[in-house]
Design a protein around this ligand. Structure first.
Ligand SMILES: *Cc1c(COP(=O)(O)O)cnc(C)c1O
Length: 422
């Protein structure tokens, strides 16, 4: 059986112990009701079938108890976020004290920068990877300006070398050797949303701390995809969203990590709200703010329970599967897809994502010669949901929870047909 036959792919699915999870998700379909090949979990994860039940539970609690739902029902709303903490912490390799689900990603990034970007006349620069997600770049630029610095001079980019697509660690080391003393904050997105390159978080945090910088990570493309081992990484903070690999619905809540070493540091500046205040006295409406220890202390508002219900539904699945099993399948599935794409052997397409599984998650980024967007549109017509990112990349993310080896094989049949035709 040749590896690029459907029979081979089906055999791999048979041996896959996580294969049945595919049936727990709702797939978009074509006009005839056939499931599309959904490779866009890096943008919006599919809906777990259980979400509607979890949501309905909270709608019922609201109908039954009104305001008393805050303290009554199966999952009272007052401590609702706490029902998510342990499972979320396990997914990102953190202690429960270090993790909270709140707000949305870019909001959390700003809140973290309020605390961890504290520029002085000598140390005020921010370093990011050059192809950072636009929202991250806008956020750090606006923070620089807010503090009176010019991004042109004070935003440092860690760039791939000319003619290359990926960032090299030795170049980061070089930048820090030259400018580390003036850098206040290092913020790296991992894996990078464009190339799919994932970075050695612990190494970067150690390097940054060696030069006295604070170090934070944006794990929008990491949470639920790779195991970032956040506690062990020693990063000062991290942020992520839950609507990509964590399948919690469009615009759903963000996650936030603050390392234990900052858990009770009351000298740390922060923007505060009543949900970050001591739970025991929160409703006594006292004047003086008494910060909760750990990441919870950064909470502002009472959270949107309906969105949180979807996060809870999704995290229950992650808890059942476990990141180790998920990652093991992911490495196999992405490796298989890579092998298939390489076998197409057409000079119009190149994979720019690192080959080493340690340096990537599930996503593969395919660079298309002459920035031909038409290829992406033809894939869409053929029943593949992938995405096109300017200037010249198609991103495909076979997510291990609901994509199959058969998906990978069918995708490559279609891709081959399209590129060979032109
Ligand atoms: C998806 C993504 C975002 C989106 O931010 P929101 O505040 O959730 O809209 C930001 N940064 C990165 C790296 C992302 O991948």
């Amino acid at each position: 059986m040749h590896f690029n036959s459907i029979a081979y792919a089906k055999e791999q699915d048979k041996q896959d112990t996580l294969a049945s999870y595919r049936n727990q998700f709702l797939f978009p379909t074509d006009a005839d009701g056939n499931k599309l090949i959904y490779f866009c979990g890096n943008s919006l994860g599919l809906q777990p079938k259980t979400v509607s039940t979890y949501l309905q539970e909270e709608l019922d609690a609201w109908a039954t108890y009104g305001v008393e739902g805050h303290t009554k029902g199966k999952h009272p709303w007052m401590p609702y976020h706490e029902f998510l903490t342990e499972q979320m912490a396990a997914v990102v390799g953190a202690k429960p004290l270090e993790v909270v689900i709140m707000n949305t990603l870019t909001t959390n990034l700003h809140l973290m920068m309020v605390s961890f970007y504290r520029p002085t006349s000598k140390r005020y620069k921010i370093l990011i990877e050059s192809d950072a997600f636009p929202s991250d770049k806008y956020a750090v630029e606006s923070q620089l300006k807010f503090h009176g610095y010019n991004p042109e001079e004070s935003l440092i980019l860690w760039k791939p070398r000319p003619g290359e697509n990926l960032c090299r660690m030795e170049d980061l080391e070089q930048i820090l050797e030259e400018e580390g003393h003036s850098i206040a904050l290092i913020l790296i997105g991992s894996p990078n949303y464009y190339t799919g390159q994932s970075f050695p978080l612990k190494k970067i945090a150690a390097l940054g701390h060696h030069y006295g910088c604070k170090v934070g990570f944006d794990l929008a493309h990491g949470a639920g995809n790779i195991q970032p081992n956040l506690h062990d990484s020693e990063a000062d903070f991290a942020v992520w969203c839950t609507y990509k690999y964590l399948n919690s619905g469009p615009g759903s809540l963000g996650g936030c990590f603050v390392h234990e070493k900052h858990a009770t540091d009351t000298a740390l500046k922060k923007f505060s709200g009543w949900w970050g205040h001591n739970k025991k006295t929160r409703f006594q409406m006292r004047d003086d703010f008494e910060m909760l220890p750990g990441a919870e202390g950064w909470q502002l508002s009472n959270p949107p329970i309906l969105s949180m219900a979807a996060v809870r539904a999704s995290l229950d699945i992650f808890h059942e599967v476990g990141m180790d099993a998920l990652r093991a399948k992911s490495i196999k599935l992405t490796g298989y897809l890579e092998q298939l794409i390489k076998a197409i052997d057409n000079e119009k397409i190149t994979i720019i994502t690192p080959e080493n599984p340690e340096e990537r998650g599930c996503q593969l980024s395919i660079q298309v010669k002459n920035a031909n967007r038409k290829l992406h549109d033809q894939l869409t017509e053929a029943g593949v949901i992938s995405d096109w990112r300017e200037p010249d990349v198609i991103r495909i993310a076979p997510t291990p929870l609901y994509n199959s080896f058969e998906d990978a094989c069918l995708f490559c049949e279609k891709l081959k047909k399209i590129v060979d035709e032109k």
